[in-house]
Design a protein around this ligand. Structure first.
Ligand code: PMP
Length: 359
């Protein structure tokens, strides 16, 4: 008797993460994936314009030294404390593979970046979602249970809420047997002249890994640069895994563009400040239209209208070529996540929104 072939039995099956829509048409207002509405620093354009195509014959530097050194200098840490990857998604994925290998559950908030449970599933890491308080803040006491690691974004996504460095430190200091990852994808929009970041804590805790990205505050989502900063030990372990998967993750152009972007501090501060100003103005206008929202310290606002369901608003906006993000998960389905665009984009958004909610 012939057995039915069944190669599918051994397939690693996962339900993939669904990124926000990237519409093909032009002239849309795109406020759905937390991209930066301003161009990258002018120094990046100079690198691209001057790049000699012949260089592409050669493999890139597997250590990405130019980029790693530039990041280390920017943050005042040693190059051996910096790990770089293809966007922070790549960095986070590597960190999951490297650090979360225990039988105890990885802990993260119940409302958070929806990639965490996908990585946990793909790497077969047990996990437990920890409910946020009713105001969407984290209670550090909830993270005193047995665990095989902890991860949360700060500010959190999609709420935009910033936890104090004291709260972060409480979680890290009470979990010396676990690696704690703080995903600071949006930290540059928190204001406070950089003091909101928990980076200074890495000198005190060798189990704390801070992950950041060039995708948001540096306007470079399309080139894919993310990085982690932590103790030399953590970074060495991550590099050992990375070099066991793919040595050449960062291509030549990307390494140069990343370093160039870091060289222009003034442009960086200027664009980030513009977004913060636009965000605060958007909060006022949303309140006038009958929305409530969390006090976002990121480049997006998580808002709910007092009477019109978020799904209806999301669909009506889309018909007007304005894209925001909405999730059907009942815990957050009453809300929209609106990325902060340029003042002109926000004007178009608010004109459409007013029509929708006021009829
Ligand atoms: N972390 C959080 C909380 C995010 O919202 C995102 C953006 N989707 C990322 C990480 C990944 O961003 P990137 O890979 O572009 O660096």
């Amino acid at each position: 008797m012939m057995l039915k072939p069944d190669w599918e039995r051994n397939v690693r099956r996962v339900e993939p993460y669904i990124p926000g829509e990237q519409p093909k048409e032009r002239n849309v207002v795109k406020l759905n994936t937390n991209e930066n509405p301003y161009p990258p620093a002018p120094a990046v354009q100079e690198i691209l314009s001057g790049f000699d195509c012949d260089e592409l014959r050669l493999y890139p530097d597997p250590d990405s030294a130019v980029l790693v050194n530039a990041i280390a200098e920017f943050y005042g840490v040693k190059p051996s404390q910096v790990f770089v990857g293809v966007g922070s998604d790549d960095v986070l994925s590597m960190a999951f593979m490297t650090f979360f290998n225990s039988g105890s559950p990885l802990l993260f908030p119940d409302i958070t970046y929806s990639f965490y449970d996908v990585w946990a599933e793909v790497y077969r890491i047990p996990y437990q979602r920890i409910p946020l308080r009713s105001d969407y803040t984290i209670d550090p006491e909830d993270y005193l249970i047995e665990n095989g690691g902890i991860i949360f974004p700060n500010p959190n996504a999609p709420t935009g809420i910033l936890e104090s460095t004291d709260t972060v430190e409480q979680i890290v200091s009470s979990n010396p047997d676990s690696v704690v990852i703080v995903d600071e994808a949006y930290i540059d929009f928190a204001g406070d002249s950089g003091k909101a970041s928990c980076l200074p804590l890495i000198e005190k805790y060798d189990n704390l890994l801070v992950v950041q990205t060039f995708s948001k505050s540096r306007s470079m989502a399309g080139i894919r640069i993310g990085y982690a900063i932590g103790s030399e030990k953590l970074i060495k372990y991550m590099n050992d895994v990375k070099f066991s998967v793919n040595s050449y993750t960062m291509n030549r152009i990307t390494q140069l563009c990343g370093a160039a972007a870091l060289s222009d501090r003034e442009y960086f501060t200027e664009t980030v400040d513009k977004i913060i100003v636009t965000r605060e103005l958007a909060k006022k206008r949303l309140a006038e239209l009958g929305f409530t929202f969390t006090d976002s310290r990121s480049n997006f606002i998580f808002a709910e209208h007092r009477s019109v369901p978020a799904e209806n608003i999301f669909k009506a906006l889309k018909e007007k070529s304005i894209f925001v993000r909405w999730w059907s998960d009942p815990k957050i389905s009453s809300r929209l996540r609106i990325t902060v665009g340029t003042p002109e984009e926000m004007d178009r958004f608010f004109a459409a929104l007013e029509e929708i909610v006021n009829g």
